[in-house]
Structures are given as structure tokens and as C-alpha cells.
Design a binder for this molecule. Sequence first.
Ligand SMILES: Cc1cc2nc3c(=O)[nH]c(=O)nc-3n(C[C@H](O)[C@H](O)[C@H](O)COP(=O)(O)OP(=O)(O)OC[C@H]3O[C@@H](n4cnc5c(N)ncnc54)[C@H](O)[C@@H]3O)c2cc1C
Length: 442
Amino acid sequence: MPGPASSTKTLIIGAGLAGLSCALHHEGEAQILEAGGRVGGKATTERHEGFTFDVTGHWLHLRDPDIERLVLDMLGEDHFTMVDRISRIWSSGVYTEYPFQANVHGLPPAVVHECLMGAIEAITGRPETVALEDEPENFADWIRFYFGEGIARHFMVPYNAKLWGVDATEITSRWCQRFVPRPKLEDIVAGAVGHKAIRMGYNARFRYPKAGGIESLPEALGDRVGRERIFLNQAARRFDLDARTVTLADGRTVKFAHLVNTMALTKFIDAIDSPVPQAVRDARAKLRATETVYFNVGVEGPVGQPDHWIYVPELEWPMYRVGVFSNAIPAMAPAGCGSLYVEMADRTTPAEAIAPKVTEGLVAMGLIESAAQVRFMHPRRIPNAYVVYDFNYHAARQTIHDWLATQGVQSIGRYGDWNYSSMEDAMIDGRRAAHRLRELSA
Ligand SMILES: Cc1cc2nc3c(=O)[nH]c(=O)nc-3n(C[C@H](O)[C@H](O)[C@H](O)COP(=O)(O)OP(=O)(O)OC[C@H]3O[C@@H](n4cnc5c(N)ncnc54)[C@H](O)[C@@H]3O)c2cc1C
């Protein structure tokens, strides 16, 4: 297969969903350089002995009508199943409904009492409406402000520390508006006494391919873009934004007029050889991200719980979430078996040393009956999986993007933009970047 042309009007770095969507929506000449051997980035799928695994749960939520139309037009409605989320929290040895704050019924009475009293105190103790600028700045205080001490202590503070890999006091509360459901007091009380389970949150229903994993989405996008415009195994190594060139791993250079980057913003800045202002280098040094460590688990025989994913907030367990692909899509495991992912809060202990405790947890959670059911447990790592929304985040990120704009560079997607966002967001980002390119060319 021929390599990329030595010169192109628009060069896109990365064939994940953001890069592919940018190429698709772009009307002019463009080529994509992709470091990996296939398209899709984080939205790729792995297979082993008849078990299918995405890079942990990659459930598809589509809110943008044009993106939804594009996806359904490419793959057809029949390609997907609509799944009603089944997700619970496992703590104190029992299961409660998601979200925890609205469904504490079933926990030990002392825990329910603490959660309820804390919520009553928090909600009655603050004004009915609170301006954004008057909200507590750190996430731990924000949680206590809205949900009270009990819910903070039994779920939200430890769970978020496990997920983000840093204490909730280090995270700014500004990131969480879209993601943390805030039930009313009457709903919290109803959920505490078991009157009704409250289903809340942005992801109560999702689409998922009936077979083959999420990778069919970027594969379809790749076909639409045209494979002749996508160059696999072509890692961009160094950038000269003055000369408008990128140097590839094999030493060849590609010249561009416009550059759209989707690789991690930190790595991108580090790879620029032309002068980068000190303020931008300082800002880059402030950006932090957490690695995700997870296991793909192949289970022999039935999985004992119906959930698509389960939150595990207690610190004594090394995992913070366990998902079961095959509960959503049975075809993701051989008949009668289960394919699971287990996301780990412990990112430093070698995987083989944690594996026995993970298995013990799967048994305690009732997902498997014994360790004998585990056919394999493969550790995987995602560098930079979650960017950390600490107190430097907003200003540092903005400084970098403002400077990149002066260099005629758009850095987009979950990692290029440096944010917490979904597959659909990545496709929206790509579309927005393409529209911006059109404006620049007009
Ligand atoms: C653990 C986890 C769970 C998630 N769950 C969900 C979910 O359930 N639902 C949902 O909607 N979203 C989910 N997401 C988010 C989703 O994965 C991302 O939003 C989306 O896939 C990001 O696409 P992207 O194109 O921005 O980045 P990426 O997918 O990272 O694509 C970037 C591409 O750039 C390439 N690249 C990197 N460096 C170079 C280089 N030097 N030269 C050339 N190419 C390079 C990479 O190989 C990659 O293909 C999850 C993410 C994570 C980490």
C-alpha cells in the first residue's frame, strides 16, 4: 500500500472517531495518519477464544440528530440493539440501584439512616437555587453540599477517588454538572424507603451493535472516509509548525497547510520542534491524566448477575467497576459463557498480584460461583484514560488551545482537546473541526 502523499492541504493525526469524523465532514483534500494498525482508537474491539471485549464498556449514547442519522445510515438501525441500562452498586455486601444517591434502600439500616439524615441536612441547609459561582469549588465539598455526609462517605467520595486515581478534594466541581444526577429530597427519601427505584442519568438507554463489538462503528466510518485517505502504522513523531511539516517514524516528512490533531494534547505539545512559548510549556506541565488498568475476563458458564456494569465503591476492593458485555449482548461470549471487564483502582500493583483479589471480588459479588469459572484474565492498560479536572485544568488547557489557534492547529477529540467525553462527542468534535476548516478555506 502506498504511503501518505508528501504534501496535503489538511493533515489529520489519528484515525479514532474524532479524526475519522473530521475527514468525513471535511470537503477538501485531507489525509489521516494513524499510529496503530487499524482505525478506531479507543473504540476498538478485541477477540479471544470466542469472547469479545471493547476497551472496557463502550456503550453508545446518541443525542445529536445528525450524528445519529449518520451512524444509522452507515450501519442500519438493525445493526444495533437498544439496551435499557441495568447497573447497580455493590457495597456493604448488597446491591442497590444506580444512582446511589437516589436508591439507598437495601443497605444496612445504619447506612441508610446516615445517608438520609445527611441528605436532609444538606438539602434543607442550603438555598433552593445556588448560582454556579457559589457552589463549593472542590468535588468532595460539592458532593457534601448537594448530597450530605453519608452519601459522600459511603459512595461518592471513595468511588470517585478510585475512578480518578486522585482524592476528590483535588478535583474541581465544575466538570461534573453533566454527569452527576442530582435527585430532589423527595426522590432521595422515596429511594431510601424502597418506595420506588429512581432511574436517572444521561445513560439510562444505549445502543450497542448486536455482534462484533463497538469497532464496527469506526470501521464503517473508515469505509465512508475512504481507505485510500487513511494511512495506518504511520506514527507522527515530530512537528514543525513554522515549516508546516510532520516527520514520521521512518524519517519521511509530510507537508500540510492545516493540521488537526487527535493524539493526546500533552504528547502533541512535547512533539513540537518549532518554538513553543514558555507559558505553553508550563501549561502543558500542569495537565494530568490517570491511567486505566483493567482485566478482560472470560467466564465459563453463566454469569450470576444481570447487570451491564456494577460500581464498587469500597476501598477494600481493588476494582471500582465491573462490566458484563455478554449481559447486554450474549453474542459477545460463547454460548452460556460471559465476557467481563474489571476496571482497577489499584494502578501500581502488578496485575498478576491483584488477580486473586479480583477473582475473590467476582465471587463475593455473585458474578461467578468459584475461581474455577475464570477461563482467563488478561490485564490491559490505557494511558491517559481520564484527564484529571484539577484546579489547574481549565486555565492550562485554555492557554494551550489559544496558542494552537494562533498556529493554525486544531487539537480535538477526548485526548486532543483534553477532556472527559464520549464517542459521540468525538464525532461532534470532528464535525466541528471540519466546519472550521471550511471557514478557513472560504
Ligand atoms: C475507559 C473508557 C471507557 C469509555 N467508555 C465510553 C462509553 O461507554 N461510551 C462512550 O460514548 N464513550 C466512552 N469512552 C470515550 C471514548 O472512548 C472516546 O471519547 C473516543 O473513543 C475518543 O475518540 P478520539 O478520536 O478523540 O481519541 P482516540 O480514540 O484516542 O483516537 C486517537 C487516535 O490517534 C492515534 N495516535 C496517537 N498518537 C499518534 C501519532 N503520534 N501519530 C498518529 N496517530 C496517533 C491513536 O492510535 C488513536 O487511534 C470511554 C473511554 C475510556 C478511556
